[in-house]
Design a protein around this ligand. Structure first.
Ligand SMILES: [Mg+2]
Length: 204
């Protein structure tokens, strides 16, 4: 009987980012813009990938533009509703929860970034059978969000977020994306496909 206990990690609260972690956002804005005849610059794409509005904030020194605001106001919700899931993510999060842990979705998405962000993201997760305990929207400082909500581990594709979260004394797991592939940050999760590896990497 004691073996069962030894093989279980105590229940933890895991934060999971949305864009480029639960859904494949990278490259999708470019495709959407092309299909809809929308012109965006490289900086615009970077601002959009960070959810940067010209009127709100500009982390990492990125200057947003009216083109970005227009995209966020008039297109982003349609674009976000059509994104594909990362392969294996539904099963991996279900496995995390099955083991008794809490899965909290933590995202910069929010109604201050684009209209209807909250309802449409919740609908998307339901429609795509992504299970979770709660969603925290509008988080632009995820280390602070994690500390405030008792999240002990965060899975995110942003290198700067992972660094800040580890500096706050929490565990950060970098989810591999095109932009962070060269970084030496560890621990790192390349995909959600191997559930055993997911559990071992997150709860090591
Ligand atoms: Mg992300």
């Amino acid at each position: 009987m004691s073996n069962v206990i030894l093989h279980n990690t105590p229940p933890r609260t895991v934060g999971i980012d949305v864009d480029n972690v639960i859904v494949k956002s990278d490259g999708a804005i470019q495709e959407y813009a092309k299909e809809n005849g929308i012109y965006l610059t490289e900086d615009d794409y970077r601002a959009l990938s960070l959810g940067v509005r010209s009127t709100h904030f500009a982390p990492d020194g990125i200057q947003s533009s009216e083109r970005v605001d227009d995209f966020l106001d008039n297109h982003y919700v349609n674009f976000a509703n059509d994104l594909e899931l990362m392969p294996g993510v539904v099963e991996a999060i279900a496995e995390i929860r099955k083991k008794g842990h809490q899965a909290v979705i933590v995202t910069a998405r929010g109604s201050n970034v684009y209209p209807n962000a909250e309802d449409s993201t919740e609908d998307y997760m339901t429609k795509n059978r992504v299970s979770y305990d709660k969603i925290l929207f509008g988080s632009h400082n995820k280390a602070a969000t994690c500390l405030e909500h008792g999240i002990e581990i965060l899975v995110d594709d942003s290198l700067s977020t992972c660094i800040k979260v580890s500096e706050a004394g929490l565990r950060a797991v970098l989810f591999t994306s095109r932009i962070n592939a060269d970084s030496e940050f560890t621990p790192r999760l390349d995909n959600w496909l191997d559930k055993t590896n997911v559990i071992e990497t997150i709860f090591a």
